[in-house]
Design a protein around this ligand. Structure first.
Ligand SMILES: [Zn+2]
Length: 219
C-alpha cells in the first residue's frame, strides 16, 4: 500500500480514503480528486499497473510540449492564465512524488545549484540555477528555499510550483495560507518561468523550433 495525495494524476488502482475508508477503483490513469464522501485528500492505494517505459516517454514528451506552448503564451503573449498551466505541467514532471515524470524518463536529473544569497530574505530568480559546476539532485532542487516570509515557513521551489498549480484547482484549503500572499505576488511567475525554461533545455527540446511549429499550426 502506498499513501497518495489527491489533486494529482495517479495510476489505475484501488484507492481508500484515509478518513472515511470509502473505497473506489480507477480504471485508468486519471486525476485523483478529494474523497467525494468526506472531502479528505489522502488515500492509501494499491496501484495495479504502472505505465510502460514507452508510455512514460510519450507522456513526458506531451507534457514538455504543453509546457513550451504555455511558457510562450505566458511570457511572450502576456496570457496570464497560462502561468497556472505551466505550473501544473511542472508539477507533473517534478512534484508528483513517485509518479513524477521527469525522473522516470531522465534518470537522476541534475540541476545547477542556486546562489544562496538572499536579498530581503528572498532569492533572486536569476540566482536559482546559478552554479553550473555544482549540481544537485531533484529533491535537493525542490527543497531550495526561495524566500523566508515573516510568520510563515520557508517557501521552497516545490511549494511555489504546487501553490501556483493549485490556484485554479478549487477546493484546496490547507495550512499554507500565510505564504499564499507571497506567492500570489510578483515573484512566483519569475521562478515558474525560470524552472520551465531550465527543464525544457535540460530535456533537450528545441524551444524556438517547437514554438515555430506551434505557430504554423495556428495559421
Ligand atoms: Zn472520505
Amino acid at each position: 500500500m502506498q499513501q497518495v495525495f489527491a489533486n494529482n494524476f495517479v495510476p489505475k488502482g484501488r484507492y481508500i480514503c484515509l478518513n472515511c475508508s470509502k473505497e473506489f477503483i480507477l480504471e485508468k490513469r486519471e486525476y485523483l480528486r478529494p474523497c467525494d464522501e468526506c472531502g479528505y485528500n489522502q488515500f492509501k492505494a494499491n496501484i495495479i499497473l504502472q505505465m510502460s517505459g514507452d508510455e512514460l516517454k510519450e507522456k513526458c514528451r506531451d507534457v514538455i510540449r504543453v509546457l513550451e506552448v504555455s511558457t510562450f503564451l505566458f511570457e511572450e503573449k502576456g496570457q496570464k492564465e497560462f502561468l497556472n498551466v505551466m505550473a501544473i505541467n511542472l508539477r507533473l514532471l517534478l512534484c508528483d512524488g513517485e509518479n513524477s515524470l521527469l525522473p522516470k524518463v531522465y534518470k537522476n536529473p541534475q540541476f545547477n545549484k542556486a546562489n544562496a544569497k538572499y536579498k530581503d530574505n528572498v532569492l533572486l530568480p536569476k540566482d536559482l540555477f546559478f552554479n553550473e559546476l555544482e549540481q544537485v539532485d531533484l529533491n535537493t532542487f525542490l527543497g531550495t528555499v526561495l524566500a523566508y516570509p515573516r510568520n510563515a515557513r520557508p517557501i521552497t521551489v516545490k511549494k511555489c510550483i504546487r501553490s501556483v498549480a493549485n490556484k485554479l484547482g478549487g477546493a484546496h484549503v490547507d495550512s499554507e495560507m500565510e505564504s499564499d500572499a507571497f506567492l500570489s505576488g510578483t515573484l512566483a511567475k519569475y521562478y515558474i518561468t525560470e524552472v520551465a525554461k531550465y527543464i525544457i533545455d535540460m530535456c533537450e527540446f528545441d524551444y524556438k523550433k517547437d514554438i515555430g511549429e506551434f505557430l504554423n499550426l495556428m495559421r
